[in-house]
Ligand binder design. Sequence first.
Ligand code: C2G
Length: 147
Amino acid sequence: MNIVITYGTYDLLHIGHISMLKRCRSLGDRLIVGLSTDAFNLKMKNKVCIQTYAERKEILEALRWVDQVIPEENWEQKSADVENYSVDVFAIGDDWKGKFDFLKSLCKVIYLPRTEGISTTLRKNQIVQTFSLPGLRNPGTAPDETP
Ligand code: C2G
């Protein structure tokens, strides 16, 4: 049983995330995702998520490629996670290339190409722009409500 682990925020899940999860899962028989908690995102990754940890966790757990979701609460937990979950492969996007080579003494480390042209930040900007177009109804207002 080859166990793979990857980590991320996975906010506003998009095709880049799906591609990453699919490829990670294809490297073994079981995929564990270390999902960044809201506190870790805010304090250590300087990321403000649209979706809470609970929402993001439930969404990932519904995916066929994800077998288990654990909280990612700090930068230091990866070695312990690899040991505790008997991980054979650590995989993550190549935007992190080299950053986790210290895990090579514990498991295989693979950096996978990111999917170009998509990101959560891009999605957030597209949503803002869409709803700032004149005449478009703001989300949450009923059609008959005047804005
Ligand atoms: N990703 C991708 N293509 C994109 C966007 C993201 O392949 N267009 C990958 C990233 O490389 C990462 C995963 O999807 O492997 C999750 O991306 P994020 O949610 O942005 O997570 P990140 O901020 O990279 O957090 O300790 C590691 C960190 O928690 C990783």
